[in-house]
Design a binder for this molecule. Structure first.
Ligand code: KIV
Length: 280
């Protein structure tokens, strides 16, 4: 269970019909919980911009922010395959820029792979990254970095024509060398068609059960991000009200001087008057 997973292990899971589990992680302690629980792939998602940093979208997230969090996550990982998410404008302006930025995830943060959003338009970039020795996860369907071009955070591939475009994009990304593909917010049958069309694993989020694996934003799974909860999210535990309650109890106990009590203090034989007494 503790052997570090490689890309070959992830590919073998599809071949063997074993579902792949992926979750987002943004810090060492959360990453270590997810890793201990046997999650196969951890994604340092640019969703951290919204979940952790309070931005309204993922667009403002910078490379330095991604590297900072990826380094922290790496410290909590023993077994999971670690994927760093390339933020908006870190791979669009040129292939050279894309290679240099993707390389930082591997060299500085210790990630195993990078993820980037886009279809046929990013295939040349994906090909160049793979040629440079950087494993790539693709991401099609709803691509949050360009959500405004897509008309907002909406279901993609709703008609046959747009669904076929997604299949073409998936085939293009596979051909370019991506080793797996995130499918976000697409109808279940479209995800099934894509999953059947390519040999690399599909990892769905809001894409139904036919995908080879599933990914969720961890803070959604544990009910810690209340600003926006997509309908496809399953909240396995609702921590936000529990955290609020715990913090209110702490506040009340401090205000009423019932915390800290003797059990949470260091007792000593010293007397206050002896400490305060002036030396002669
Ligand atoms: O940034 C992110 O968390 C993602 C996942 C939702 C796939 O891209």
């Amino acid at each position: 269970m503790n052997k570090k997973l490689t890309i070959v292990d992830i590919l073998k899971m599809k071949e063997a019909g074993e579902k792949i589990t992926m979750l987002t992680a943004y810090d060492a302690s959360f990453a270590s919980l997810l890793d201990d629980a046997g999650i196969d792939m951890l994604l340092v998602g640019d969703s951290l911009g919204m979940v952790l940093l309070g931005y309204d979208s993922t667009v403002p997230v910078t490379m330095n922010e991604m590297i900072h969090h990826s380094k922290a996550v790496k410290k909590g990982v023993r077994r999971s395959l670690l994927v760093g998410d390339m933020p908006f404008m870190s791979y669009q302006s040129s292939i050279r820029e894309a290679i240099l930025n993707a390389g930082r995830f591997l060299k500085e943060a210790g990630c195993d792979a990078v993820k980037l959003e886009g279809g046929l338009e990013v295939c040349d970039t994906v090909h160049a990254l793979v040629k440079a020795g950087i494993p790539v996860v693709g991401h099609i369907g709803l691509t949050p970095q360009t959500a405004s071009q897509l008309g907002g955070y909406k279901l993609q591939g709703k008609d046959v024509e747009s669904a076929r475009k997604l299949v073409d994009a998936a085939l293009g990304l596979e051909c370019a060398g991506a080793f797996s593909l995130v499918l976000e917010c697409v109808p279940d049958k479209v995800a099934e068609a894509i999953t059947q069309s390519i040999a690399i694993p599909t990892i769905g989020i809001g894409a139904g059960p036919a995908c080879d694996g599933q990914v969720l934003v961890s803070h959604d799974l544990v009910g810690m991000f209340e600003k926006f909860i997509p309908s496809f999210v399953k909240t396995y535990v609702n921590l936000a009200p529990q955290i609020r309650k715990a913090v209110e109890t702490y506040r009340d106990e401090v205000k009423s001087s019932s915390f800290p009590d003797a059990d949470h203090s260091f007792a000593t034989q010293l007397e206050v008057k002896d400490i305060l007494e002036k030396k002669q």
